[in-house]
Structures are given as structure tokens and as C-alpha cells.
Ligand binder design. Structure first.
Ligand SMILES: [Zn+2]
Length: 191
């Protein structure tokens, strides 16, 4: 059987809720109205340590994207940044200050298991090209809808910057919603 993510830790829903309250409070009602009862319960009173079906997260990302795309098509990229900065994962935040981006990507593999049931994250070997370091980060078996694929653009950039990387760029390389096997992003930076 294919190894896919079935559940995600409530920490993510907690972060989404506080991000919406901070930046999209005027759209909150419309977003909540469009959600199914289960997704609505999750986002209005999320429990950080509970496992939620990925389907509910998918619904939330998709509805947020639908409601905000006209005025702010990059809202979910911003959420990714917010999530990296406000992450409840104290250890990851601690590590960001002390280890470089390259090692941080290695550590992210272990963190995956804390927040996802199933799937995995992989990273290519470090490549150095024209003064820039580069790694491809891939999410395997993670389908939270196409809108959710915007979050790593902000998330990976933010953690790279926190880890001291300069002039960071994150580009989408592949996407399961475009027929690829995994979703992946190229992270490049100067150290
Ligand atoms: Zn994708």
C-alpha cells in the first residue's frame, strides 16, 4: 500500500486559526461558513495534540485559498512563513539558531513524524553552484490539496533565513497536482 499521510497534528490547525485571527479576521466568517461541520470544529477549537484527518486540513487550505485569492493570491505562502516563525515546535526553533540550513533540512526529516501520520520528507544532496547552495526538499504522500503546496514556499524560506542563510530562494520543482510523483521545492541560498 502506498504510504500516504492520513492525519496531521492539531498544532497546524492551531497555527492556522491564530494566523486567520491576526490577518484575516474579516474573512473568518465566510471561511467558516464554507467548511463542513468537522472542519469547522477543528478550526474554531483546535487541540494541539490531537490527530486530525488530512482531509479536513485539505478542506481548510482549499477554502482559505478560495476566499482570499482575489485580493491576496499568496496568502498561503504568508501562512507558511507565519507557521515557521510561530511554530509550536520549540526544538526546531532552538535548532534554527545554532545549526546551518543544510543540517536543519536533515533534522526536518525526524520532525515530520511528530506532525504527520504516514508519508515522509526527503532532501537531495547539497549542490553548490555559482556561489549558491541548493537542496531539493520533497514531501512524499502528502496531499492537502493544491492550495497547501503554497505554504512550503514561505515556510522553507523563513526557516532558512532563521538558520542564517542569505538571499534565500524557494521554487516549486514538482507537484502531485501537476502529475508529478511528489511535491518538491528547490531551496537555494548563500551562506
Ligand atoms: Zn504540490
Amino acid at each position: 500500500m502506498e504510504d500516504v499521510v492520513t492525519h496531521e497534528k492539531g498544532v497546524e490547525a492551531v497555527l492556522i486559526k491564530s494566523w486567520l485571527e491576526q490577518y484575516y479576521s474579516s474573512d473568518m466568517e465566510e471561511i467558516i461558513d464554507k467548511l463542513s461541520p468537522d472542519a469547522r470544529d477543528m478550526i474554531t477549537s483546535p487541540a494541539a495534540n490531537q490527530w486530525y484527518p488530512l482531509e479536513l486540513m485539505k478542506e481548510v487550505y482549499t477554502v482559505i485559498y478560495e476566499v482570499t485569492k482575489e485580493k491576496d493570491p499568496k496568502a498561503i505562502v504568508d501562512y507558511g512563513r507565519f507557521s515557521a516563525e510561530r511554530s509550536a515546535s520549540g526544538l526546531l526553533r532552538f535548532l534554527m539558531k545554532f545549526i546551518d540550513m543544510n543540517k536543519l533540512i536533515e533534522r526536518m526529516k525526524a520532525f515530520w513524524k511528530h506532525y504527520h501520520k504516514g508519508g515522509k520528507i526527503t532532501a537531495s544532496e547539497l549542490v553548490e553552484e555559482a556561489g549558491r547552495k541548493k537542496r531539493i526538499v520533497a514531501y512524499h504522500g502528502y496531499d492537502a490539496g493544491q492550495a497547501a503546496c503554497l505554504a512550503p514556499l514561505g515556510y522553507l524560506k523563513a526557516i532558512a533565513e532563521r538558520a542564517g542563510a542569505k538571499n534565500v530562494k524557494v521554487l516549486e520543482k514538482t507537484c502531485i497536482h501537476k502529475g508529478d510523483k511528489v511535491c518538491s521545492w528547490e531551496v537555494s541560498w548563500e551562506s
